[in-house]
Design a protein around this ligand. Sequence first.
Ligand code: GAL
Length: 421
Amino acid sequence: MTVRMKLIAGVALAAASLGFVGAAQAQTKEVQILHWWTSGGEAAALKVIKDAMVAQGYSWKEVPVAGGGGDAAMTALKAMVAAGNNPTASQMLGYTVLDFAKQGVMGDLTETAKAEGWDKVVPAPLQKFAVYDGKWVAVPVNLHSVNWLWINKAVLDKIGGTEPKTFDDLIVLLGKAKAAGVVPLALGGQNWQEATMFDSVVLSTGGPDFYKKAFNDLDDDALKSDTMKKSFDNLAKLITYVDPNFAGRDWNLATAMVIKGDALVQVMGDWAKGEFKAAGKTPGTDYLCVRFPGTDGSVVYNTDMFAMFAVPADRQAAEVALAKTVLSKEVQAGFNINKGSVPSRTDVPDTNFDECGKKGIADLQKASAGGTLFGSLAQGYGAPPAIADAYKDVVTKFVHGQIKTSDEAVQELVKAIDDAK
Ligand code: GAL
């Protein structure tokens, strides 16, 4: 900053601090972003937004908080906000945005939203979480979905396997991998990963209507049904195909097992695709991206929002610039091609997306039109955080043996969700 600019800024700040009306407000050209995108693919995607902001003259300050799924990041964020140290924005999942909005700590981007026409291009299920009390408090950065199976192609061919179309086909395929001495199912034994996989198992076992009733409507009869018991039975079958060292493994290390061919498949959201891309792998050649068997036609989604916080007047222009940049069509394409997700606005062409990206975009259009687009319970779009946490806790206790039977798991799930309401 030149001496002249410093002088102007100093005068403006002094004027502002003395409450002089009309003094030009010196704008701080800096954004601070809290996030948990610390893997290779996630960092490559975030760099697209960073580069776009730096190109506009903004300095970019990150507050990275490692820990897939975001629980650690939200703990850190709550401490910052409680200390009155709001970041410009934070990566955040659906229902948590509404919780922060209820606290009255969010900014208001409604004017910008109107000027940019976001209501015309951001799908309604995303606006449900980005708009609170008529005000835009967040911008959707992407649309991820969790009901994916990632398959190492060379291992699949080596064991003479084919794409599984049903849950039973998947169990047969995992058995083939086991017999061939390959880890069948790569899993990170952390509650959010196990619950993210269970979202797909429930959809596959009970179908779309059942998933919606149980994990979006929290319908008691669905939660305590034989179908939910069967879903836990199916989860138990899957867990017999993980390696002995799965407990505590980070999600991207499980993805790396499939990338390297040390494991046959991973059940994971399409942020896993970002790791394959960062590793230089080609869909259809090195790996397959297929919908979790029995879930084709449905999309269980979670969107990464940038929740925009209330910031002092001198930081508001930077916040608006960040929001507009994130939702620009160019950044939407560049970011999501790297992240593995699909754009959060409906008018971004799939031209530069690979076959997995094109499939994700096509699946979203079909699911949106067909009423088979559902919020992921594990990933913050099925129910408020307390309920999602209760769900994750029951699933992880079942996976790690603290809950012994499917019947007990169903009882614990119903009770835990009731207690969390
Ligand atoms: C999800 C988030 C993804 C990715 C994943 C792994 O909650 O939506 O963008 O960060 O966690 O950490």
